[in-house]
Design a protein around this ligand. Structure first.
Ligand code: GLA
Length: 781
């Protein structure tokens, strides 16, 4: 709902208020953002006071005491005495960087922004209950309009924002920086949380204590990047997981992004997010409009978890394509870590057969099925099936996979070109590079110049051809390098537009392809999670979270990712040990327990598993399928036990069912009990809590096994290996009937962990990187 009275806009979601005032009929001032407050229609108390001015600061032409530098502005413009970090730099037709964008008019209407389609950018959609406000700021001298657009999504407590510049002059205007959102708030006691990392270490949460100055979170790699995700949390110092004020900001964009939080000299904060100004310059011709990407804003007084939950609902309801909303995703087998490039039709079918036996539903053929690709040095761009390797056409292979009862999917990397490819030999100028200069390569490949229409058309043609003929139900859309040498032969002096035009080109291709094949499940991937953002999720409902499949690393990666993105968007696979990224060995049960909080897959050679491991995997998949809706669409919460052990939980919307996992990184000898607390269930409801039975390898006991075994079993000996292949121990039984309030407030004291004094049914054998899953069902069910 948006209400306007006495020069004040009240943007109200179910639980929050965002108040904007028009001051002196010119300046747009932020009056409040936080929990919902009563509208008294007397807003004076919320306005900043300027009594005698501030020393050497600059006043406005009509009120010398009014220092814009100390006003919470909704958007600052150039040359106005506001010296804080600027959202906006444009070169005006008079070549100055000064402008006067003053309030002119506004409009409030039902639904989302009317020009969403014209932006050529992904946007928050399906806004049946949304309301939009457009505030037009006008520069009288140059006849230009700067428009602030707000859309309110009441039920998920989200407000989106974007900024538009309309050039009504008769000369070209150059934009050098134009943020989607500026949010000024009157207090400065905040911390900032960012989601940082690198390849195989994506989105680790990092909390920074904000003191005076500007804190930047950015990507200049050409994509949203694994270095710093566009998601940021700005939280009051006392904010915890479940309590305190937290503001979440994200950007619906997959290219270079820039977020800054400034603690200002007057003890306020300014938050900015938008396209990175790095090497950015956009020429707006007369009559043209420039649209920034949409920024997404949410507030919760219930800690980080409040923001996580609101973002989760928002993504599932307003970003993910309609046909994939609440649609359960299949359990897949991917052959990448099982075979890498070294496969034949026989090998693939053997793997598929085993997968089908174990209950898997989708077979994904990863890299290496096209052109002459036997390693990563060739063939990107040559999207022609290698029939020799596959023993026939893609359709023939896909039919054979279907005959086994599995769906069929393929890997592609449409944005790339290998130097050693037919495509490059035909069109060397299609690679992004600067003429007459040597060129930097990443993974032996170049990026295609997708700013050019003819390049996009050719790629889309080749890909749709494969998809039309291949009988394919799934595509993994990869993008395996950062951009460098940004340049397009088509752009002339407008090279500053390259990065944004590249991503607009990607979006256009994704739109064409995903709209032509709405029933294909697309999973975005960029060397794992290098492009995990809202823009990608607009086209593709899930993303390969990380190339790192080590369960211990995944705990940090999936936790960080969950702060802005729901579990249904996160691909999570069980892979072999020692793990291919970390060489760490974690039990197959613990690998599963972490991977099932997301969209489950397996990525290892199932044919090489022992009999006992196959049995375990079969049981895991059956369990996951039974509770898949909960794992993919349940409300996710992360918490910590008093001893630091991790708890993850998912709760169904009606609170009748929940699953909790406790995860222990390192075993501590003879220490405190684990206490399982589950948050957010119905306090009045009686629940049955039951530990999922897990297999425990006898190898875990080493030579201690001889304390119980009638025959001597040598550690690492043949007998131990043989016994282990066919036989495992069962984890402890544990079950309770308890009310929701007990579960949340007191918690369940779980059975004692193994402490070397013996082993019986009252002992939980855990160890390093170990975990348990507990199923919690309402007794009313
Ligand atoms: C990237 C992906 C992997 C795999 C390889 C194939 O690294 O993230 O999952 O598909 O490419 O080359």
């Amino acid at each position: 709902m948006i209400h306007f009275a006495q020069q004040v806009f009240h943007l109200a979601t179910n639980n929050t208020s965002y108040l904007i005032g028009i001051r002196n009929n010119k300046y747009i001032e932020n009056l409040y953002y936080g929990n919902k407050i009563k509208v008294t229609e007397n807003y004076e108390a919320l306005q900043e006071r300027f009594g005698t001015g501030y020393g050497n600061s600059v006043g406005t032409p009509d009120d010398a005491m009014l220092t814009l530098d100390n006003l919470c502005l909704e958007y600052s413009f150039g040359g106005n005495g506001d010296y804080r970090h600027s959202p906006f730099e444009i070169r005006m037709p008079d070549y100055s960087y000064s402008n006067r964008f003053y309030y002119q008019s506004h409009e409030i209407y039902e639904g989302t922004f009317r020009e969403n389609e014209e932006t050529k950018l992904p946007y928050a959609r399906y806004g049946e209950d949304a309301t939009t406000l457009e505030i037009v700021l006008h520069d009288q001298k140059e006849k230009m309009d700067l428009i602030l657009v707000y859309t309110v999504f009441p039920s998920c407590d989200v407000i989106t924002r974007r900024t538009i510049l309309k050039n009504n002059t008769d000369s070209v205007v150059r934009v050098e920086r134009m943020m989607s959102l500026q949010l000024d708030l009157p207090e400065a006691d905040y911390d900032m949380e960012t989601f940082d990392g690198s390849w195989t270490r994506e989105r680790h949460a990092t909390r920074k204590h904000l003191e005076s100055g500007v804190y930047v979170n950015e990507s200049t790699t050409g994509s949203s990047s694994n270095r710093h995700n566009p998601l940021i949390l700005v939280e009051k110092r006392e904010c915890t997981e479940m309590t305190g004020a937290c503001i979440g900001v994200n950007l619906l964009y997959s290219g270079n992004h820039y977020e800054a939080v400034e603690v200002t000299p007057y003890g306020k904060i300014r938050i900015l997010t938008g396209i990175h100004p790095h090497r950015f310059e956009w020429f707006i011709k007369p009559e043209e409009t420039f649209y920034t990407p949409e920024a997404v804003l949410t507030y919760s007084s219930k800690g980080r978890h409040g923001v996580t939950a609101q973002f989760g609902t928002f993504v599932n309801q307003h970003i993910i394509p309609k046909q994939w909303q609440k649609r359960e995703r299949p359990v897949l087998i991917n052959n990448w870590e099982a075979t890498y490039f070294d496969f034949t039709e026989r090998k693939l079918l053997k793997l598929a057969k085993e997968a089908a036996n174990l209950g898997i539903e989708l077979f994904v053929l990863d890299d290496g099925w096209f052109g002459k690709r036997e390693d990563d040095s060739s063939s990107l761009g040559d999207w022609f099936v290698n029939e020799k390797k596959l023993g026939g056409s893609l359709r023939q292979l896909s039919n054979k996979i279907h005959d086994l009862g599995l769906q069929f999917g393929i890997w592609m990397e449409p944005e790339m070109i290998s130097e050693n490819s037919e495509l490059y030999r035909e069109h060397p100028d299609w690679a992004v590079r600067i003429p007459n200069r040597d060129c930097y390569v990443g993974r032996n490949q170049y990026v295609l110049d997708l700013t050019r229409q003819e390049v996009r058309a050719e790629v889309v043609g080749r890909i749709t051809e494969i998809l039309r003929n291949g009988n394919v139900q799934y595509v993994k859309w990869d993008m395996n390098r950062h951009l460098s040498d940004a340049y397009s032969a088509s752009l002339g002096e407008r090279q500053g537009e390259f990065y944004h035009r590249y991503i607009l080109g990607v979006y256009e291709m994704m739109k064409q392809i995903t709209e032509e094949f709405p029933d294909i499940l697309f999973e975005s991937c960029s060397a794992g999670g290098n492009r995990f953002d809202l823009g990608m999720l607009y086209y593709m409902p899930q993303i390969w979270t990380s190339d790192d499949t080590d369960a211990n690393e995944r705990v940090a990666i999936q936790e960080g990712t969950s702060c802005g993105y729901p579990l249904s968007t996160m691909g999570a696979h069980v892979s072999a040990v020692p793990n291919h990224q970390t060489l760490r060995s974690i039990s197959i049960e613990s690998r599963f327990n972490v991977a099932c909080f997301g969209v489950l897959g397996y990525e290892l050679d199932l044919t090489k598993l022992s009999m006992s491991s196959k049995k375990i995997v079969k049981e895991q998949i059956a369990f996951y399928k039974k509770y898949r809706a909960l794992f993919q669409f349940g409300s996710f919460t992360k918490s910590r036990m008093h001893n630091g052990n991790i708890i993850w939980q998912v709760v169904s919307e009606d609170k009748q069912q929940a699953i909790a996992m406790c995860y222990q990184q390192l075993q501590k000898p003879n220490t405190s009990s684990d206490i399982l607390k589950v948050i957010g269930l119905d306090p009045e409801q009686l629940y049955h809590v039951e530990a999922r039975k897990q297999a425990i390898s006898i190898k875990q006991f080493g030579d201690l096994v001889n304390q119980a075994s009638p025959v001597p079993i040598k550690e690492e000996g043949i007998l131990q290996t043989i016994v282990n292949q066919v036989y495992t121990l069962e984890s402890e039984s544990e079950s309770y009937d308890v009310y929701g309030d007990l579960l949340e407030l007191a918690g369940i004291k779980l059975k004692q962990q193994f402490v070397s004094t013996g082993y019986n049914e009252e002992t939980r054998v855990m160890g390093d990187f170990s975990s348990r899953i507990y199923l919690i069902s309402s007794k009313a069910l």
